[in-house]
Ligand binder design. Structure first.
Ligand code: USQ
Length: 375
């Protein structure tokens, strides 16, 4: 629940009104949901975590208690440190509490596709077999994250892999792509169950932002040329993936990595799709190419394997015009809650005057010398 405090500090808020946890749980139980107990425990407070694990004796631990915004982690030193402490120390505490109290439990941990960055080879699911100077080994896939937030996820993965080797723990790292969408199968049961929907420049993810922008008639905020290509999934599939990972648990000593996404799009491709759906509904929306506030490749190769969750039975909700139209309508229905001032990106990864030279260097490296970004 720390997000509510950070929202206040940053002067931002979700498009959808989020109720207090007591009200949400009451609505869930009234709708016939399975029993959920709530305990307010800070994951960085190790004694409290130990006490909780001892009392609950969990069989499965789904660890989502992290600061999850890349721009937030790049605001200033304090936000970078907060992200690092909350995520890395919190993860370490979960591992030590497992070792001490429930060493047979299965950890399901939220990682990110951003751990890998955008390498010029296909991304594997966590591990790659490499031949080097006549020898061969299966090693963690190389990581090249693009923010302090993404770096914490790399550290978490390393910690978990080590704990599985050293202590025989078992764990699944869900390397999730960029999530879009608002509703899951459960949320329509009561308005109090609605998910948060971030559209601001710090927490909003790209497709959700474009849909809010389309509802407002705000030019779609493509950063740079928009060739940045990412793995995506619907929020409904996020929920299903967690269930699949829990049901088919890892075995003792095993560290599994599932690449959790269903489709791959470039940012410009998404902007064009939103523009198209908006136009069909009579909304004229333009696309703006903003100076990229981030340090990232804007033109690059991207391909990734994602077979493990599919082989466990994931049936993807693929992006279609109806999904995009539904998000634009949801934004439209909450127009009075939208603060236009929150839409422009405010967090710069580094000195903007160096951006041009840096952009060319990044894209040269990505393409092996050819295909420099158009900027
Ligand atoms: N982008 C735009 N315009 C915008 C917002 C974003 O062009 O208005 C671009 C960004 O520059 C970036 C891409 O869209 O190239 C994705 O940005 P994002 O803000 O949607 O996603 P990201 O910062 O990567 O982080 C989000 C979640 C994070 C999760 C990650 C998955 O906030 O928790 O780990 O997606 S992944 O991207 O695979 O690492």
């Amino acid at each position: 629940m720390i997000r509510r405090r950070w929202d206040e500090e940053l002067g931002i808020s979700t498009l959808t009104p989020i109720r207090g946890i007591g009200e949400r749980l009451a609505a869930w139980h009234a709708a016939g949901g399975a029993r959920v107990d709530f305990v307010n425990c800070d994951v960085t407070d190790f004694p409290a975590l130990l006490e909780l694990f001892a009392r609950v004796q969990p069989e499965t631990i789904v660890h989502f208690g992290q600061q999850r915004s890349a721009p937030f982690s790049m605001i200033d030193r304090d936000r970078a440190a907060l992200t690092l402490i909350n995520n890395t120390l919190g993860n370490l505490n979960v591992l030590w509490a497992m070792r001490e109290i429930v060493p047979d439990a299965h950890l399901v941990k939220l990682g990110t596709m951003g751990e890998y960055g955008t390498p010029n080879i296909e991304v594997e699911e966590g591990f790659i077999t490499i031949e080097h100077k006549g020898r061969r080994d299966r090693l963690p896939f190389p990581k090249s994250p693009n923010s302090f937030y993404h770096l914490t996820k790399v550290a978490d993965s390393d910690q978990i892999y080590f704990a599985c080797r050293a202590w025989d723990l078992r764990a699944t790292d869900l390397n999730q792509g960029v999530v879009y969408g608002l509703e899951t199968d459960d949320t329509p049961a009561d308005t109090a169950l609605v998910n948060r929907f971030d559209y601001d420049g710090v927490y909003g993810t790209v497709l959700n932002r474009f849909c809010v922008e389309a509802a407002l008639g705000y030019p779609l905020t493509v950063y740079g040329v928009g060739g940045q290509t990412r793995a995506f999934l619907n929020i409904k599939d996020t929920v299903r993936c967690i269930a699949l990972a829990v049901e088919a648990a890892a075995v003792p000593g095993e560290f599994r990595v599932f690449n959790q996404f269903t489709e791959i799009f470039s940012v410009l491709e998404l902007a064009k799709r939103v523009q198209h759906v908006a136009a069909a509904a009579g909304r004229a929306v333009t696309i703006d190419h903003l100076e990229n506030p981030r340090v990232e490749r804007e033109t690059h190769y991207y391909s990734s394997v994602n077979t493990q969750l599919l082989s466990l039975g994931l049936e993807p909700h693929l992006l279609d015009d109806a999904a995009i139209g539904g998000l634009i309508e949801a934004a439209d229905a909450n127009q009075e809650r939208i603060d236009r001032a929150q839409i422009a990106p405010t967090v710069q990864w580094s000195d903007p005057s160096r951006a041009m030279a840096r952009g060319v260097r990044l894209n040269l490296r990505a393409s092996g010398g050819a295909g420099v970004t158009a900027r």
